[in-house]
Design a protein around this ligand. Structure first.
Ligand code: HEM
Length: 146
């Protein structure tokens, strides 16, 4: 839970505070540089948190011997957690290091990514999915769905 709090809390901050602030005209010129340096720092923290959440999550399944939940529809929230985790794993360990690193170069080369609009949309989608996952997981873990 601690890792989920730190990690999704960070996503909330980046989505609702950092990106909207940078998109204001005052910061427009430097927005990608400022965004990259702040988000890169958070991404390192998030990577550790994602690994910790994955390890502790699988340890709980092992301890509870709860593998058969993945075959039962009332435990859809277990699938939701694993799905959300996979999204972040892909984003932080594959897409960001191997694909988005080229963003900086693209900007220098004049292909301006102007207003962080796509970044804002992507972060909003992933934030909503994460918050929904937390909601159904808390309900599920406390017996709401059976
Ligand atoms: C591979 C990834 C994950 C695994 C294997 C996993 C596994 C688990 C397990 C076994 C539980 C305990 C359920 C129970 O008490 O019956 C749990 C609880 C929970 N997990 Fe995950 N989880 C993972 C990722 C996530 C993610 C990404 C989130 C949030 C976006 C999340 C949020 C929660 C919440 C909110 C609870 C409920 C805590 C409670 O109210 O007792 N988990 N998880």
């Amino acid at each position: 839970m601690l890792s989920v709090v730190i990690w999704i809390g960070g996503v909330t901050f980046v989505t609702l505070v950092l990106i909207p602030t940078l998109r204001r005209s005052y910061f427009r010129i430097d927005q990608l540089t400022i965004f990259n340096s702040i988000e890169n720092r958070f991404a390192s923290i998030a990577r550790v948190m994602v690994l910790l959440a994955g390890i502790s999550g699988f340890y709980m399944i092992y301890k509870l011997d709860a593998w058969d939940r993945f075959t039962q529809i009332q435990f859809f929230w277990m699938h939701a957690m694993v799905f959300a985790w996979c999204l972040f794993f892909l984003a932080l360990f594959v897409i960001e290091p191997f694909i988005l690193k080229n963003h900086g170069r693209m900007v220098k080369n004049g292909h301006s990514i102007t207003d962080l609009k796509k970044t804002y949309i992507a972060h909003s989608v992933i934030l909503v999915l994460s918050l929904l996952t937390i909601l159904v997981s808390v309900l599920g873990a406390h017996g709401f769905f059976y």
